[in-house]
Write a protein that binds this ligand. Structure first.
Ligand code: NDP
Length: 285
């Protein structure tokens, strides 16, 4: 019988553990979230982040800037947050309006407060095995895998997708777990055949239900990062992952659903990163 990995339940447990630890601190960790413009999806994400930040006992600083904000003004805000001792984590909600240079904005975030793990410094630390801050969704994938496979040594992990946000950091984290890691992407030959060799299959592609049931090795653990909105008739839509869930679930040993798998882990890991950053900053390292 396939086991469904319940990311929602795991995320709730993680948030409870974070809240319990925050309660023991002599100070309140603070997370600043910067939203530029009024993209409706981003507004919902930012509101959720702020609510969950407060729920675990941290301080939430929301900075909503108009869409026409200049690069200079945004950089000035990031520098101000870098210098603010009440702020331990800084997140600039992406995507930014087109006239802004997201790379330069991310580069301006202090690596010690970069709770999204997107600065080149933190990517380099992850690649070289140094202590840093790891991007939230990949960290969520790792925690779910660790919970389900206590020892990943020697397992073959295939990561489909090589973005800086998901695929590359997931591959680095699995390498640290002593997996043999193969990274696949749009130019990979015989992707179905490659996937069939995976003990751990992570799909982070952004293509609805691309990974089919017959791509999966019987008993494999499947982590579906994809979030894709597809039409569901009568003008409605529904969310699906990058994996064809029903057929994959009949072959996999364990699998994350969409929604309710990796998705809920992202904000929980953002809070965990904020706690990590706060403790390190307070300890002066
Ligand atoms: P990107 O678009 O940045 O990267 C997609 C990757 O998939 C690329 O490396 C691309 O290859 C690869 N790819 C595209 N088409 C194919 C194909 N036909 N065969 C094999 N590989 C392919 O996406 P992200 O990494 O940002 O996100 C991936 C998915 O994860 C999306 O559905 C996104 O919504 C979701 N997501 C979910 C999050 C959450 O759970 N909270 C957070 C972040 C993302 P190439 O490099 O060759 O172009």
């Amino acid at each position: 019988m396939t086991q469904i990995i319940d990311g929602k339940a795991y995320a709730a447990k993680l948030r409870a553990a974070i809240a319990a630890e925050v309660a023991t601190l002599a100070f309140k960790p603070g997370l600043a979230v910067v939203l530029v413009g009024d993209d409706p999806a981003s507004k919902v994400y930012v509101a959720n982040k702020a609510r969950q930040t407060v729920e675990v006992g941290m301080r939430s600083f929301e900075h909503r800037l108009p869409a026409e904000t200049t690069q200079e003004a945004l950089l000035a805000l990031v520098r101000q947050l870098n210098a603010d001792p009440a702020v331990h984590g800084i997140l600039v909600q992406l995507p930014l309006p087109k006239h802004l240079n997201a790379e330069a904005v991310i580069a301006a975030i202090s690596p010690e407060k970069d709770v999204d793990g997107l600065t080149v410094m933190n990517a380099g630390r992850l690649a070289s095995g140094a202590e840093g801050l790891v991007p939230c969704t990949p960290l969520g994938c790792l925690l779910l895998l660790q919970d389900n496979i206590p020892d990943m040594t020697g397992l073959h992990a295939v990561v489909v997708g090589r973005s800086n946000l998901v695929g590359k950091p997931v591959a680095q984290l699995l390498l640290q777990q002593n997996c043999t890691v193969t990274m696949a992407h749009s130019k990979t030959r015989d992707l179905p055949g490659l996937c069939r060799t995976a003990d751990i299959l992570v799909a982070a592609v952004g293509r609805p239900e691309m990974v089919k049931g017959d791509w999966i090795k019987p008993g494999a653990v499947v982590i579906d990062v994809g979030i894709n909105r597809v039409p569901a008739g009568e003008g409605k839509s529904r969310l699906v992952g990058d994996v064809a869930f029903a057929e994959a679930a009949s072959v996999a040993g364990k699998i994350t659903p969409v929604p309710g798998g990796v998705g809920p882990m992202t904000i929980a890991c953002l809070l965990r990163n904020t706690l990590t950053a706060a403790k390190r900053l307070h300890a002066g390292r």
